[in-house]
Design a protein around this ligand. Structure first.
Ligand code: GUN
Ligand code: ZN
Length: 651
């Protein structure tokens, strides 16, 4: 039902199949009050191209249109050709303390009116609920989710995740609910957080929920209708939003913008490019609830489109960091993300297209840079040398910027070189690994970034094994280095780069495995850089110019398979799938039996049979959790099929 077409970290562009058409995600579901629509559902479809809307089954069931809804169905009642999601009344129980329907009744009603996505009646877990209360909330919510699943028939069900601000309860509720026959998982109980701009708590709630959720199911964030929060929520893996804000704010004379809310009567111009703002005077807009609502809808839909653009282009992090400047509470939430890097890093691709732009001191804490720093500590072994020459952040690529200094120093002093960059220490032979050479940073960094760089550097240097380190301050530094580390080195830069990159990418020990025997290179005629690496005449690796990482060749994969025990670097496929991979066909998620938990999207992987026979070399499109959860979609794109060994008996 849900298929992911494109992804960037936890964010994804996908499609949900419904009985009333296909919905592209991330999607915004305008909330339609069945008794009093401010913009007609027909207009939502025609003028705003809404593929899906949400209305409330509880309100509908209590209101004057109940019988018509039962007779004609919710689509005819609303006059909406697209998909309709209905909510259950859980939010009304939050507002009024209670509702006078049961879970079973509300499921039955939603089935009867032909909704495309019907929601269970969950227990609204307030942020103020203590552990015991929140425990009871999720206990009852899980119980009702099971009941709803047993009653849903062929209605696609929305299961709700509650648990207040208790991460373990959120995660548990998410795990239990998403393991049922639900088509969409919805994170609930967050409206009070959104209303009071508690975005830091919102981050905690979404991440805890995502940890438990089945990654193959789309995630709805209940009540998030302000465009300000879309980029952040999508970055954390939310796919669907419902917005009543467009109507509520309009009723109150307020206009939504991607960076906040303004009162229409206080504006002389909106500065907005939507059709309403270009065709009407601000006076007319301010006096007209419908025009206000329509502007608000245009802004919300545009904000979702912009998020989709950013996912496709791989710059959603940048968008989030920029938008976080809209409100200090949003900035606080952004700064909270670094606490969750271990989790975020699991979905982080190994590289992206284009450059990484510095946005603020938060940029250094992105998962991709967190990963680089971890790997510099865990997977990098410097060449033997006595001391360390520490180079300052300067123009990139560092190896080119500092080539004159290195060619002067290294023949005269037994030192190795590392750049104390804003992103953390960069061993000079790893400077081409994305995003170190592909970053745009300000010429004069801010003090917070410099302090962070210092901390990152110290953490690495403490375990790097050098007797001393000296910061380059000009020719006088050379004398100091000569005195403290007499002798010199003539490094084989090509060999250092290839070895360090192999270890960085595939893990410690990979260089010895891949680069056994006589090594030769195919070098680019244009720039003299290594293109292909051959070991004993076998083409084992190709170095990519775009991200400075290797593409693995079959000969390299054989060496890695022999050196590393299963499941290291492997995607293990079901026997049925083996001939297809040998033939060069992609690995589909439904055929993955298991995989290395260290695999990240974009990694080079070995596709093996359950007996650990190499079938193909591929590029992972998912991590292990995703490969195991998804039933559809490409888990790994095969680069090269590997035929069975000639000596193997034919069956
Ligand atoms: N609408 C806003 N919040 C919620 C929630 O927690 N549950 C449901 N079902 N609907 C909501
Ligand atoms: Zn406008």
């Amino acid at each position: 039902m849900f298929e992911v077409r494109d992804r960037d970290g936890l964010a994804r562009i996908g499609t949900i199949e419904t009985r009333h058409g296909r919905v592209t995600t991330p999607a915004l579901l305008p909330v339609v009050n069945p008794n009093r629509p401010i913009v007609s559902p027909a207009d939502l479809a025609k003028r705003f191209h809404a593929e899906i809307l949400i209305t409330n089954a509880y309100i509908l069931g209590k209101g004057p249109s109940r019988d018509r809804a039962l007779r004609e169905g919710v689509h005819a009642l609303l006059g909406f050709p697209g998909a309709v999601m209905t909510d259950s009344g859980a939010f009304q129980s939050h507002v009024y303390g209670d509702v006078d329907v049961t879970n079973a009744e509300v499921i039955e009603f939603q089935k009867s009116i032909g909704t495309d996505l019907g929601t269970m009646l969950d227990v609204f877990s307030e942020p103020s609920h203590d552990r015991d209360r929140a425990f009871a909330d999720i206990d009852e919510t899980i119980h009702r989710a099971k009941e709803a699943d047993s009653l849903r028939g062929d209605m696609a069900l929305v299961g709700a995740v509650q648990g207040g601000l208790h991460p373990d309860l959120r995660e548990r509720c998410a795990r239990e609910v998403s393991s049922l026959g639900v088509s969409v998982c919805a994170i609930g109980g967050v409206v009070p957080l959104l209303e009071s701009y508690r975005f830091r708590d919102l981050v905690g709630v979404i991440i805890a929920s995502k940890k438990g959720l089945d990654p193959s199911k789309p995630v709805h964030l209940f009540g998030a209708g302000h465009p300000m929060v879309f980029p952040l929520a999508v970055l954390l893996g939310c796919d669907l939003f419902d917005s009543a804000s467009y109507a509520k704010y309009a009723r109150d004379g307020r206009m939504l913008f991607p960076e906040g809310t303004r009162r229409a009567s206080e504006l002389r111009e909106t500065g907005c490019a939507c059709p309403i703002c270009t065709e009407h005077s601000i006076g007319d807009i301010a006096a007209n609830e419908t025009l206000l609502a329509e502007h608000n809808l245009h802004v919300c839909f545009a904000a979702v489109r912009e998020v989709r653009r950013a996912i496709a282009q791989g710059d959603l992090w940048e968008l989030v960091e920029r938008r976080a400047r809209a409100h200090p509470s949003l900035l606080g939430a952004l700064r909270e993300l670094r606490q969750h890097n271990a989790f975020l890093e699991e979905s982080e691709p190994i590289s992206r297209r284009g450059a990484l732009y510095y946005v603020g001191p938060e940029t250094a804490h992105r998962p991709i840079l967190h990963r680089f720093r971890r790997r510099a500590i865990e997977r990098y072994r410097p060449p033997p040398s006595k001391g360390l020459l520490v180079l300052p952040e300067r123009g990139r690529p560092f190896s080119e910027t500092f080539a004159p200094i290195l060619s002067q120093v290294l023949p005269q002093a037994n030192v190795h070189a590392v750049v104390k960059s804003l992103w953390g220490p960069v061993p000079i032979e790893l400077d081409h690994v994305w995003p170190m050479s592909q970053s745009i940073v300000p010429e004069r960094p801010d003090i917070e970034s410099l302090e962070a760089a210092e901390v990152f550097f110290r953490e690495w240097a403490a375990g790097a094994g050098f007797d001393f380190g000296v910061l380059w301050e000009g020719p006088s530094t050379l004398e100091e280095l000569q005195a403290r580390a007499p002798g010199g080195r003539v490094p084989d830069w090509k060999a250092l780069r290839v070895r360090a990159t192999a270890e960085f990418q595939f893990g410690l020990g990979a260089a010895d495995a891949l680069l056994r025997g006589l090594i030769s290179y195919v070098v680019s005629k244009n720039n003299g850089k290594v293109r292909n690496v051959l070991a004993d005449g076998e083409h084992v690796l190709s170095l990519r110019a775009e991200d400075g990482l290797f593409t693995l060749k079959a000969a390299g994969a054989r060496r890695l398979r022999a050196a590393f025990p299963s499941p290291r670097l492997r995607v293990i496929v079901e026997p049925d799938s083996v001939p297809f991979q040998r033939d060069g066909k992609n690995v589909f998620a439904g055929f993955v039996r298991d995989a290395d938990p260290e695999i990240r999207p974009g990694d080079e992987v070995l596709v093996v049979s359950p007996e650990d026979d190499l079938c193909a070399v591929a590029q992972a499109a998912m991590n292990r959790r995703e490969m195991r959860a998804f039933k559809r979609g490409v888990a790994a794109r095969v680069r090269e099929g590997v035929p069975p060994p000639a000596s193997a008996p034919r069956r």
